[in-house]
Structures are given as C-alpha cells and as structure tokens.
Design a binder for this molecule. Structure first.
Ligand code: HEC
Length: 95
C-alpha cells in the first residue's frame, strides 16, 4: 500500500513538472522570453519578481492578462492568443 502511494506521488510530480515545461516552451514560442527571463531582469522584469510583487493580490491574474492582451502599459504581444496569455500569467504567478 505504501509503495502504491509513493508511485502515485511520483506520477503526480512528473505531471506537474511536465506542465511547467510546457508553459516554459509556450513562453518561448510566444516571444515572452525575448524580453523576460524567469530569474533575471532583461527588457522586462524577471518573472519571479513579478510573482513576488503580486503575491497575495487576488486580482493579479485578471489585471495582468488584460494588461498584456490589450498591449496597454505592456508591449503588444501579437503572437500570443488570450488563452496562451492566461496560461502564461498563471505560470508566472505560481513562481
Ligand atoms: C518587447 C518586449 C516584451 C515582450 C515580448 C514581452 N514583455 Fe512582458 N514586459 C515587458 C516590459 C518592458 C515590462 C515592464 C513594463 C510593464 O510593467 O508592463 C513587462 C512586464 C511584464 C509583466 C509584469 C507586469 C506588471 O504589472 O508588473 C508580466 C506578467 C509580463 N510582462 C508578461 C509577459 C508575457 C506572458 C509575455 C509573452 C506573452 C511578455 N510579457 C512579452 C516587455 C516585454
């Protein structure tokens, strides 16, 4: 029984890391990483710093998604669909 639980935890862990890998790929594909990096400031702020800045802010996801999709106060990101941006903002805020 114990090993069954262990196996379940491992599978869950793999699924989670698979997900963040997919989001990192999406961020590259959509050009976010031309201006951003996870941990260092480039043209735009490091995603980790963004997550820290919005920590505990319940409206952060909606604010950031509209900011990025509208291209207001943020450079326009034409390649990214709204769906992509939602996923990416969730990913950034989870850091
Ligand atoms: C042309 C360069 C550029 C690209 C491409 C770009 N960004 Fe940004 N980003 C910036 C700059 C500059 C800022 C800082 C100004 C600001 O706060 O909007 C920023 C800020 C942000 C912030 C923080 C906003 C805040 O209110 O603190 C997030 C989140 C973000 N970008 C996500 C993304 C995502 C997701 C993508 C890809 C879909 C992306 N960015 C693509 C330049 C870029």
């Amino acid at each position: 029984m114990k090993s069954l639980i262990c196996a379940a935890v491992v599978v869950y862990g793999l699924a989670l890391s698979g997900q963040s890998l997919a989001q990192a790929d999406l961020a590259k594909k959509d050009g976010c990483m031309n201006c951003h990096d996870v941990a260092t400031k480039k043209v735009g702020p490091a995603f980790k710093d963004v997550a820290a800045k919005y920590k505990g802010n319940a409206g952060a996801e909606a604010t950031l998604v509209s900011k990025i999709t509208a291209g207001k106060d943020h450079p326009a990101v034409k390649g990214a669909s709204e769906d992509d941006v939602k996923k990416l903002v969730k990913w950034v805020l989870s850091m």
